[in-house]
Design a protein around this ligand. Structure first.
Ligand code: SF4
Length: 428
């Protein structure tokens, strides 16, 4: 049996390597690779460990975290031992966040970068570790200001490049401050975090997240002057071939619904093992293989295509959230993964218009706790259909997959309601 005390299990959010989360298919173990980077051989080892100690399913979350599913109380100690001994994770003690920052998987090598997001993220991680009292759930997005826009990722603090060597700071995702020179940006984030922990210390039960503070409290977190929000940029490309600096290329590959078999990842990593590839995790639920020549990157994308992975930005699966579902999760009332693939294909036109689709095996909503334009909740093999709501909102109908696919066809009722809501900006 595991030496892990039962109370150490984290139910609901922020699992880590040492403190996994209970899910319907066993324990979910989250890995934070050192420097947020992996070599192909390291990814192969993680894939092997996922088979040996888990159920062989690997996920990448929307916060670019790597997760091994189906770990058991018996297998967890050995898995942790191997991950630590082989330096595959960077886990630290304490109740604070294991990883704070989120950056583009192409940051640092992208010719469009305005600030060095990788270096800033490393500085912020180091400074955050020295601040006692930070909540486990804390997100700082460091957006290099280039083509890989990160504005769709909710966070507590957002640091965005606004000109070469200059950044703006957004507190609570609503209050913009700046400009600030890149050299002082990590310190400005640290000041805001320290002021937040002081506020939190006074009322820990009431103040849980920085982003929940009132505008008045947020305003006290920084002495920088108020500034306008940066000019909106074009949405990023989330998969495909990218030309980076110094004639290097990257292949950005998505996992369908953020999940795949360890064997698939092993084949992908094996395809680059003889190269100088460096792998970064992508918040678009995939992997960026960097430091490749153009031919190597193209060949890897071709292999990924053959393996059923996402290699193109217009793949509709990129716009669908789906949980593990049955049979992986014991709580699931529907096979969400396979159904989501069929739904994505049928609803491709709607998804291309930014309609959001969430397919959940039960009301727990592990994949997407927020509202979506169309939320489907598993119920005894069928789905409760919720328009513009969460898994806990009132459904308008309960349908099987076949009926859903029919009613998502152009001219049918669900399609028409979603399309109308999208074109008028109203709710469905
Ligand atoms: S939402 Fe999905 S993964 Fe989470 S418990 Fe329900 S069925 Fe399982």
């Amino acid at each position: 049996m595991s030496a892990l005390p039962q109370e150490a299990l984290r139910r609901g959010w922020c699992p880590s390597t040492l403190k996994p989360m209970e899910t319907g298919d066993g324990w979910l173990v989250r890995l934070h690779p050192p420097g947020a980077q992996l070599a192909p051989a390291q990814l192969r080892r993680i894939a092997a460990l996922a088979v040996e100690h888990g159920n062989g399913l690997i996920e990448i979350s929307a916060r670019a975290n790597l997760q091994i599913r189906g770990v058991t109380p018996d297998t967890h100690p050995k898995l942790v031992e191997r991950l630590l001994a082989e330096h595959l994770v960077d886990e630290h003690e304490g109740d604070g966040p294991q990883r704070v920052t989120l950056v583009s998987p192409l940051a640092g090598q992208n010719p469009t970068d305005l600030i060095d997001a990788v270096a800033l993220a490393a500085q912020i991680e180091q400074r955050a570790r020295a601040i006692p009292g930070l909540p486990a759930k804390l997100a700082v997005v460091v957006d290099d200001g280039g083509a890989q826009v990160l504005d769709k990722f909710p966070c507590d603090i957002r640091l965005v490049g606004i000109a070469a060597g200059q950044a703006a700071l957004c507190l609570g995702d609503c209050l913009w401050r700046g400009p600030i020179a890149e050299a002082g940006a990590a310190a400005a984030v640290e000041i805001a975090l320290r002021r937040f922990t002081a506020l939190r210390k006074a009322a820990p039960d009431r103040i849980r997240r920085l982003r929940d503070l009132s505008p008045e409290s947020l305003a006290n977190l920084s002495v920088l002057p108020e500034t306008a929000a940066p000019t909106p940029r074009m949405p990023p490309r989330r998969a495909g071939l990218f030309a980076l600096e110094s004639a290097q290329h990257a292949a950005l590959i998505g996992l369908p619904f953020g999940r795949c078999d360890a064997a698939v990842l092993d084949r992908l990593a094996a395809g680059t093992e003889t190269s100088a590839a460096a792998i970064r995790l992508s918040p678009w639920r995939g992997l960026a293989f960097r430091n490749l020549g153009r031919a190597e990157a193209e060949s890897l994308l071709s292999l990924a295509d053959d393996l059923g992975l996402i290699t193109s930005d217009d793949d509709p699966r990129l716009s669908v959230q789906a949980c593990a579902g049955s049979p992986a999760c014991l709580r699931a009332e529907a096979p969400t993964m396979t159904d989501a693939a069929a739904l994505a294909e049928t609803a491709a036109g709607l998804l291309a218009q930014d309609v959001t689709l969430h397919v959940s095996g039960c009301v727990k909503a592990c994949a997407h706790p927020a509202a979506a334009d169309l939320t489907l909740v598993g119920r005894a093999g069928r789905y409760d259909v919720v328009l513009n709501g969460t898994t806990r909102d009132k459904p308008i109908a309960t349908l099987d997959l076949s009926a859903l696919l029919t009613r998502l066809q152009p001219g049918q009722d669900i399609h028409a309601r979603l399309k109308a809501a999208r074109s008028t900006g109203s709710q469905g």
